[in-house]
Design a protein around this ligand. Structure first.
Ligand code: ADP
Length: 281
């Protein structure tokens, strides 16, 4: 983000699409896999556009050092890390100001989601490793970590989907990629609790008018509903029960709606993207 000049136009001459072919309100292809690591209590892997992010959860477990314990509730300690090979130029390994900030906001978002009062004196550790970065990695990390927390069986109010909309060449667009993030005029990452619509993360970098901010929030709200369906489907896929009926394998999905109404990843019709938007999701 920061209005750097792009090598090419980011908004196509038709005034309706972006240079990667997406519509203004369209997400990049998203896929989520739950339970990918054997030794973590819960885990998830997200591919989102060119982003690749792994999340692992440990806990609840006793807090050490003990002076960090909270006698009334669990603490949630998130650690966001970008691998040295995740970006074009090798990133210096280890924490920096950016990763400390992202870890802090993600810890705070999850502290509002997990039923922390149920586990006093404990910690829930959430690790996010960005293996390949292409903008929106804090949102991809949050989205993956939320599935990893559910996979670990941590009681939560809901899953937490996250996405960043922003402004590119004067147009508000959903789910910025790296070029749009670097050369665009604004970036608004959000995490929205699907059940209540509460914003548990809201950041803004750059300049937007009030109407543009409302448009970005609306895109984020709609996108979070779709992302939430993909999160739920990842968990369904891992936890659906296989039964034998007349010696034929039958998958029992605890899904709402008639199975014939659902698309190939099990999303109900109302959450489906336009065909052009479906990508790898
Ligand atoms: P987010 O990844 O959540 O959008 P930023 O807006 O801070 O977070 O970063 C946008 C993108 O810039 C990242 O996804 C990554 O591709 C790139 N980036 C961030 N930090 C670095 C870094 N230290 N070196 C190289 N590229 C980086």
């Amino acid at each position: 983000m920061g209005g750097t000049q792009s090598e090419h136009k980011l908004i196509n001459a038709d005034g309706r699409t972006r240079y990667d072919g997406r519509k203004f309100d369209e997400l990049r292809p998203l896929s989520i896999q739950a339970g990918v690591l054997k030794r973590a209590d819960g885990s998830a892997y997200v591919e989102w556009g060119s982003n690749k992010v792994l999340a692992a959860v440990y806990g609840p477990r006793e807090v050490h050092p003990r002076h960090m314990q909270n006698s009334a509730r669990a603490i949630v300690q998130a650690r966001y890390n970008m691998a040295a090979f995740s970006v074009g130029e090798r990133k210096r390994p280890g924490p920096d100001r950016r990763s400390v900030e992202i870890s802090k906001i993600i810890s705070e978002a999850f502290t509002s989601v997990v039923f922390v009062e149920q586990f006093p004196r404990t910690t829930v550790d959430v690790y996010m490793e960005v293996l390949q970065a292409d903008a929106g990695t804090r949102c991809a990390g949050l989205t993956a970590a939320s599935v990893a927390l559910a996979d670990a069986g941590i009681p939560m109010r809901d899953l937490l989907p996250s996405v960043a909309s922003g402004k590119v060449e004067g147009v508000v667009v959903c789910d910025l990629n790296k070029d749009e993030d670097t050369c665009g005029e604004a970036d608004v990452p959000c995490a929205i609790l699907p059940r209540t619509g509460e914003f548990l993360l809201l950041q803004m970098d750059g300049h937007l008018t009030y109407d543009e901010l409302m448009q970005a929030m609306e895109y984020n709200r709609r996108a979070c509903k779709i992302i939430n369906e993909v999160q739920k489907e990842a968990l369904r896929k891992k936890y659906s029960i296989i039964t034998l009926e007349n010696n034929v394998m039958k998958e029992e999905k605890p899904a709402e709606g008639r199975p014939e109404d659902r698309d190939q990843i099990g999303r109900p019709p109302e959450s489906r993207l336009e065909p052009a938007q479906q990508g790898g999701a």
